[in-house]
Design a protein around this ligand. Structure first.
Ligand code: TRP
Length: 436
């Protein structure tokens, strides 16, 4: 359970959700995002955990075993195979952003933020982005941390630290929120994030919100399946999932509220994009009492949260290789680590020297990887797992695994079998221009 929370809580909550809210126009996005968490995220997280706990294997072999148990076509295993590749593609940019966080620990340690204003915070961030060498240095550091843990198979030890560090992150965020409420423009922030304005809901916001529900809960690639396989039989899948999803969502929204209070008070740009937290939070740390220490702690805890998430992005692929070939954990960690590292270097360059290179629809390398994984690959993995659990597996097996009775089980079935697949399908049809 801790490991799943560690995987879910990461840059998705602290870095990505806040800026996506701004880019997608605020409250409309928040509303759809919350709906996606409840009607798609939570049921599909239950599904992924149940598949993992029943299969007791890495995603690819696990799906193969479950397909066999249900007398279904073995091609289902490629759902697991696709997920492993998706995880590596995500890690390619995740590690670069993890590197940004590491570099901000360094800045915070040197008290760079003391009395900083919005313009300087932005200039500081822009200078970081303009330096491929610095970015590659921190990206490399993040990859070494991640692959070091994976290579040595010490994930479980690290995940135990979540016990203390996730609550600590919550506490720091509450301090930050308290400070932003006191000095920032909290009323505008609250209005920006939570006013009910249905007219602002655009198809693109829906698409991004659905994609982010998958990203934030670590769904659709088998990471949660791996952790499901460690979950004890007597633990309730439904209750665990709901706790994790609620904590994960609350944490992201807290960060959003704190950030937008600062954004509006300092007349910054809400739609600043991926740099948002790095351009706004230093202002808070630079002015609040104890900001030096709090800033260091904040970026340390975020780095830790990103670290445990990153591990869950590679672990399925490493588990599959070590369980199926004679390649050792160390060797496969090197192979995969180097491949993902190279991908990360391309991502780094897409923020500076290669920013003019557009892959599709005018998106650079970073944006392409991000959109491809969040809005296509994760939902695709999710819909396939939902259909598998809903229509291929034996109903008794599913019910036995979930341990839910009448109403609870019906609720899961309706969302898993009907609501979630239709929502995902509608988004895909829109994406491919079938419905406009
Ligand atoms: N959920 C993590 C975050 O919010 C990122 C992550 C870890 C992830 N494992 C994943 C996203 C698997 C998708 C799939 O930062």
């Amino acid at each position: 359970m801790l490991a799943t929370a560690g995987s879910a809580i990461g840059l998705g909550n602290i870095w990505k959700l806040p800026y996506m809210i701004g880019v997608n126009g605020g409250s409309a996005f928040v509303l759809v995002f919350i709906a996606c968490i409840f009607f798609v995220g939570i049921p599909l997280m239950m599904t992924e955990v149940l598949l993992g706990r029943r299969a007791q294997k890495n995603p690819l072999d696990g799906m193969a075993a479950l397909a066999k148990e249900a007398n279904a076509n073995p091609v289902w295993r490629y759902v697991g195979g696709m997920g492993m590749i998706t995880g590596l593609l995500i890690l390619g940019f995740y590690s670069v952003i993890g590197g940004w966080v590491l570099s901000y620990i360094w800045f915070a340690l040197q008290d760079t933020f003391l009395n900083i204003d919005g313009a300087h915070a932005k200039a500081n961030f822009d200078a970081l982005l303009a330096s491929p060498v610095t970015l590659i240095f921190w990206h490399t550091a993040f990859m070494v941390l991640t692959m070091g843990v994976v290579a040595n198979g010490v994930n479980q030890g690290l995940e135990r630290a979540n016990n203390i560090l996730i609550p600590a992150l919550f506490v720091i965020l509450l301090i930050l929120l308290g400070y932003s409420m006191a000095v920032g423009d909290f009323a505008t922030s609250r209005h920006f994030m939570f006013s009910l304005d249905f007219s602002k809901i655009t198809p693109v916001a829906v698409l991004s919100a659905l994609g982010h529900a998958f990203f934030s809960l670590s769904l659709g690639m088998g990471a949660v399946m791996v952790y499901g396989s460690y979950l004890r039989r007597d633990v309730s899948i439904a209750r665990t999932t709901i706790y994790i999803a609620l904590a994960d969502t609350a944490l992201g929204l807290l960060v959003g509220l704190a950030i937008y209070s600062l954004v509006f008070a300092n007349h910054l740009e809400p739609a600043a994009g991926p740099g948002l937290i790095f351009q706004t939070l230093p202002i808070a740390f630079g002015h609040m009492p104890g900001g030096h220490v709090i800033g260091v702690l904040f970026f340390l805890l975020v780095a830790f949260a990103a670290w445990t998430s990153a591990i869950s992005l590679v672990e399925p692929a490493i588990a599959w290789i070590t369980e199926n070939t004679r390649i050792t954990r160390l060797q496969s960690a090197w192979m995969i680590g180097l491949t993902v590292w190279l991908l990360g270097v391309a991502v780094v360059l897409s923020f500076n020297d290669w920013s003019h290179i557009k892959i599709v629809f005018g998106l650079n390398i970073f944006e392409t990887l991000d959109k491809l994984t969040s809005t296509i690959l994760l939902p695709l993995g999710g819909i396939l797992m939902a259909l598998f659990a809903g229509y291929v597996m034996k109903k008794d097996h599913v019910q036995e695994e979930l341990g839910l009775h009448d109403t609870g089980f019906k609720g899961w079935r309706i969302t898993n079998n009907i609501v979630a697949p239709i929502a995902i399908l509608a988004v895909f049809l829109y994406l491919f221009g079938v419905i406009k």
